[in-house]
Design a protein around this ligand. Structure first.
Ligand code: FES
Length: 163
């Protein structure tokens, strides 16, 4: 059963839909889709180096950033995520030679499309993080989390979302 929270003060309001509100301590859920060879290894390094970063991200590993189908992003935003981060190898470093170039083009088109249908552009972000850039991965996640916190929730708030 849904336990919707109704509050009048200290609310966070969705940038896209003023009818969607959450308590001030609301935390966004971010879907992180990372390529196996660079960004996922970078996130792993962040963990093994014990670098702190916001726990808002839920990571999915894909073989290459070019594997990210726009449908993954759309489905994430439609169902549970408040934002999506896609991260791959730096230009020229893709394990599959040019996959990240395709990913970047596809990402830009998807972002424009989602912006056109009403999603704020900061809900969908892209980054390059190598396997040696643990600290950079932490910074990217912190920035994306802050950006999405400013945009508020994308889904009807449920009490279970509160930690
Ligand atoms: Fe990392 Fe292609 S393998 S972006």
């Amino acid at each position: 059963m849904e336990t919707e929270v109704k509050e009048t003060k200290g609310q966070v309001v969705s940038a896209e839909n003023p009818g969607i509100v959450a308590p001030a301590d609301w935390q966004p859920v971010i879907m992180g889709i990372l390529c196996n060879w660079c960004s996922y290894a970078g996130s792993d390094l962040t963990g093994t180096s014990r670098i702190q970063y916001p726990p808002n991200i839920r990571i999915i590993r894909v073989p290459c950033s070019s594997r990210v189908d726009p449908w993954f992003i759309i489905k994430s935003l439609q169902t549970s995520a408040d934002g999506v981060l896609i991260s791959g190898c730096h230009p020229g470093d893709c394990h599959y030679i040019s996959g990240n170039y395709y990913a970047r083009r596809r990402f830009l088109v998807t972002k424009k499309l989602l912006n056109f249908v009403g999603y704020h552009e900061n809900r969908i972000q892209f980054s390059w993080v190598s396997a040696a850039e643990g600290p950079k991965f932490a910074k990217v996640v912190a920035k994306v989390t802050e950006d999405i916190k400013k945009l508020g929730p994308l889904h009807k708030y449920k009490k279970e979302n509160l930690k």
